[in-house]
Design a protein around this ligand. Sequence first.
Ligand SMILES: N[C@@H](CCC(=O)N[C@@H](CS)C(=O)NCC(=O)O)C(=O)O
Length: 268
Amino acid sequence: MGALIEGHWREEELPQETSARGEFARIDSAFRDRITADGSSGYPAEAGRYHLYVAWNCPWAHRVLIFLALKKLERAFSVAYAIPGLREHGWTFERNAEFPDCTPDEVNGFRFLHQAYAAASPRYTGKVTVPTLWDRKTRRIVNNESSEIIRMLNSEFKGIAGDDTDFYPAALRAEIDRINDFVYTKINNGVYRCGFAKSQEAYNAAWAIRRRRRTGGCFQPSCASTSHISRSSAATASASPTSRISAATCASSTACRASRRPSSRATT
Ligand SMILES: N[C@@H](CCC(=O)N[C@@H](CS)C(=O)NCC(=O)O)C(=O)O
């Protein structure tokens, strides 16, 4: 992973994303403006004005694509689809026969997403992520936080969206927020906390939290120890540089099964 430092792309990770103990510490998304129906934010909801940078393989971008479809907003937005995987310059947009579903950036002609960030904010220091919502008129990034982008798509495009179903109704908001918090912490970001851990200790801690939920409660201390590390297993959980822990091995071990606690809660 690279990042922009003072507007220049560097093939390095941001130090603030790793704690002293090697834990992955997600940095908040930097661009947090909003599109509003009445235009009071400076970004009025308009068909044809906004451009999305996404990647098919990114779950955060995926929910934005799902929302475009649910709200029948596909024709109101232009979308650039990146080549899967972070390349030398991060997210890359090009015509590529190997990935026919991916596209060049037809709006700005940027080959790399970091060019959009540097164009919008020439001294930007930080991560360059999909999804990114771009305003064609001001040539600025409106927002790069998927949870906020989907809320805008849900509520601000009445009369433009082909479907006015409200997917965040007032009566269900507390419940939606609760589930969202659980999914974000334990699943979406849980994967990152495992995959980008820089020490065995940090990996074990992140992995233990996720596994407890998944198995219905494995509190066997040895589960988080190296006894479950399998460097060759095909069922490796993620690409931690320091370890490969097999989910299958752990969840099926006798010690693990014996230590499970009954859980009244649905597991993921
Ligand atoms: N909080 C952001 C997270 C987006 C995110 O982390 N996207 C990943 C792809 S799945 C990314 O672009 N990573 C590039 C990097 O971390 O350098 C959101 O939900 O929009």
